[in-house]
Design a binder for this molecule. Structure first.
Ligand code: TMP
Length: 203
């Protein structure tokens, strides 16, 4: 039986990585076969592309190049890792997937959604998440949480960029409500974890 594909989305500092970790610990404890991965990245080639994408020194990168590199990374990651894991019946937990492209490159960089549709279908081999968990919170709160870290090229964008990202995630979640679970990312991590487990019907 095909496994389940669960993706996490949200603005910078929304708490995705914490929730991915907590869910991973739960699956490990239950001895449920799973794969934890992330985008951009997840395989050696995709991680190499990630380094270029996030390097603050890559200031000259055109939005169009950025879009293609995110999709190149996704294509390698999906074909090499995600599809085989799903075919092996695993639960795949992915920190970001193509909704991030619609939010960051589509809305915030103002690139054409139709081009993104075509690239997404191609790069994912038409793989669609079974469930996407959006951790939503005000941009100011998210950016406050990441203050003091070494910020990457995208995190260094101004607040209006991140506002567009947040609004687009909320828009997609509304449009594709059957695939989405929207949670209040300002809640305590353990409470959010319990909400996620309830939604996954593991307990
Ligand atoms: P991360 O900080 O959650 O690991 O994600 C890396 C950065 O890449 C984050 O700033 C969001 C950005 N991103 C895009 O702009 N487009 C995408 O398609 C993906 C997957 C991530």
């Amino acid at each position: 039986m095909r496994g389940k594909f669960i993706t996490f989305e949200g603005i910078e500092g929304c708490g995705k990585s914490t929730q991915v970790r907590l869910l991973e610990a739960f699956l490990q404890g239950q001895e449920i076969p799973y794969l934890k991965t992330r985008e951009p990245g997840g395989t050696p080639i995709a991680e190499a592309i990630r380094r270029i994408l996030l390097d603050p020194a890559c200031r000259e990168m055109l939005p169009e190049t950025e879009l293609l590199l995110y999709n190149a990374s996704r294509c390698q990651h999906t074909g090499e890792l995600i599809i085989p894991a799903l075919e092996a019946g695993k639960i795949v937990i992915c920190d970001r997937y193509y909704d991030s492209t619609y939010a960051y490159q589509g809305a915030a960089r103002d690139l054409d959604d139709e081009i993104i549709d075509t690239l997404t279908a191609y790069a994912t081999f038409h793989t669609v998440p079974d469930l996407t968990i959006l951790l939503d919170l005000p941009v100011e709160q998210g950016l406050e949480r990441i203050k003091g870290r070494n910020l990457d090229r995208l995190e260094l964008e101004d607040i209006s960029f991140h506002q567009k990202v947040r609004q687009q995630f909320l828009f997609i979640a509304k449009k594709q409500a059957s695939r989405y679970l929207v949670l209040d990312g300002s809640k305590a991590p353990e409470d959010l974890h319990q909400e996620i487990l309830r939604a996954l019907k593991f307990c």
